[in-house]
Design a protein around this ligand. Structure first.
Ligand SMILES: Cc1ncc(COP(=O)(O)O)c(C=O)c1O
Length: 447
């Protein structure tokens, strides 16, 4: 009989020490570390190499090849910078082997996740009855909301509605959800601009409301950070009896900043909202949330029935498994709850405000530079700008050079057909000098 290796105190101490060190200061990326990615990994064979040797591989050869999203100059895509407490809670959650699908097994873990969901709902302006669940990502949250929106709706011939209406800046996951659901996407408005109700109405006027699954608006489009005109869109949906889903996966966090709240007016009228703590709410991957203003419909759509589940599906049951496309699930909201408990919600407000301040600072740096120009007025923490005289290939070379030298991860995007650079600030540990350092490298052409 080949036994699994037993827990090893020494190896565990070394892992713990590494974790504490890793969380104590901003991570560093070195060209040597990144280069390990070209080394072959040790072969997996019938006989293992033991905990210590496996840990050494992980620590020295595998993990250093990643560009960590909490690096202060990781400004690509939408990064993520978890709090130390959230990371520690995440590790403990793994060790505790919690089945997070139902109260029967998970006990107070479900209550803790519920408290985190309630906090998110309050931040977004939802009523106390709102509820939802933590899922693996914004993509699954959007899919779950759209499935709930369609649930139980059929025309007289038995066909479910088949058109999802979305703003032109909606995230690609909406198209993915549509493909999974056998739907098409009707696109309203213009790319990279906030969707307005008159644009939405023009499209909706051509559609039978019975055939519309839902309208998806963005509260923080990924490419630009733009927030759609949510209040007027909500009125349009209400007049036509349509489900409004707001994708606030990235941008919803900005509602913590009092100065940013106005731009989200109307979000509280949405039937469902996606907001991702693993983006701008300092929670480790993977942790997104799907919230419903009236959760009963989502429960009807998502609760799975089977004889072996009768024991968890009683009349009064209210389980995290009931609100999304999942059954077995990690209690991934627990690290957020533990971190909120430890740090207090004010620390979250300050951290989000800090990111907004950094975006404003970056925009100023761009405006002050003779070789840079703002390409878009930043609304949240995304800053788009051009380097005068550069073409797409220059941006690609610069981005590659910055990454392989370990300086940072910044990637180009396209705005109205033009290649531009994009900074996205979600890490309060980024400093003004990090921004200056990157801006400095843009003065000269890339190697
Ligand atoms: C607005 C928006 N919605 C949805 C998603 C998808 O989220 P995930 O990558 O967590 O599936 C993203 C990802 O960046 C996003 O920015």
């Amino acid at each position: 009989m080949h036994e699994f290796v037993a827990p090893d105190r020494e190896a565990l101490d070394s892992i713990t020490a590494w974790i504490v060190e890793r969380l104590s200061h901003a991570p560093e990326v070195t060209p040597q570390g990144l280069a390990h990615g070209r080394d072959p990994l040790p072969a997996l064979g019938p006989t293992g190499i033991g905990t210590e040797a496996a840990w050494v591989q992980l620590r020295d050869a595998v993990l250093p090849t990643s560009f960590p999203t909490d690096h202060p100059r990781y400004l690509a895509f939408v990064g993520g910078a978890p709090t130390p407490v959230a990371v520690m809670a995440d590790a403990a959650l793994s060790a505790a082997s919690v089945y997070g699908g139902s109260e029967l097994e998970a006990g107070a873990v479900v209550a803790a996740e519920r408290a985190a969901i309630a906090w998110l709902s309050r931040v977004l302006g939802y009523p106390d009855e709102a509820h939802g669940a933590f899922v693996s990502g914004g993509s699954l949250a959007n899919l779950s909301a759209l499935v709930a929106a369609r649930h139980g709706r059929r025309d007289p011939s038995g066909r479910p509605p088949s058109v999802i209406v979305a703003g032109a800046s909606a995230h690609s996951s909406v198209w993915s959800a549509a493909a999974i659901m056998g739907c098409t996407v009707g696109v309203a408005g213009e790319a990279d601009a906030a969707l307005r109700a008159d644009q939405l109405d023009r499209l909706l006027d051509t559609l039978d409301p019975a055939d519309v699954v839902a309208v998806v608006a963005s509260a923080g489009a990924t490419n630009t950070g733009t927030v759609d005109a949510l209040d007027e869109i909500a009125s349009s949906c209400a007049e036509r009896g349509l489900w409004l889903h707001v994708d606030a996966a990235y941008g919803g966090a900005a509602m913590l900043a009092p100065a940013s709240r106005d731009v989200f007016a109307g979000i509280e009228r949405a039937d469902s909202i996606t907001v991702d703590p693993h983006k701008w709410l300092f929670t480790p991957y993977d942790c997104a949330a799907v919230l419903y203003r009236e959760p009963a419909r989502a429960r009807a759509a998502h609760r799975q029935e089977a004889h072996y589940l009768d024991v968890v599906n009683g009349e009064e049951a209210d389980n995290p498994a009931d609100y999304a496309v999942h059954l077995t699930r990690r209690a991934r909201g627990l690290p957020l709850w533990a971190s909120l408990l430890a740090n207090g919600t004010d620390a979250y407000v300050d951290a989000v405000e800090r990111c907004l301040t950094l975006a404003a600072y970056a925009a100023k740096q761009v405006e002050a530079s003779p070789v840079l120009e703002l390409a878009h007025d930043p609304q949240l923490s995304v800053v788009l700008f051009r380097r005068v005289g550069w073409e797409a290939s220059d941006y690609a070379r610069w981005s590659h050079h910055v990454r392989v030298s370990g300086l940072g991860l910044v990637t180009p995007t396209i705005l109205a057909g033009e290649t531009v650079l994009r900074f996205c600030f979600v890490n309060p540990r980024t400093t003004e000098s990090d921004i200056e350092m990157l801006v400095e490298t843009l003065k000269v052409d890339p190697p």
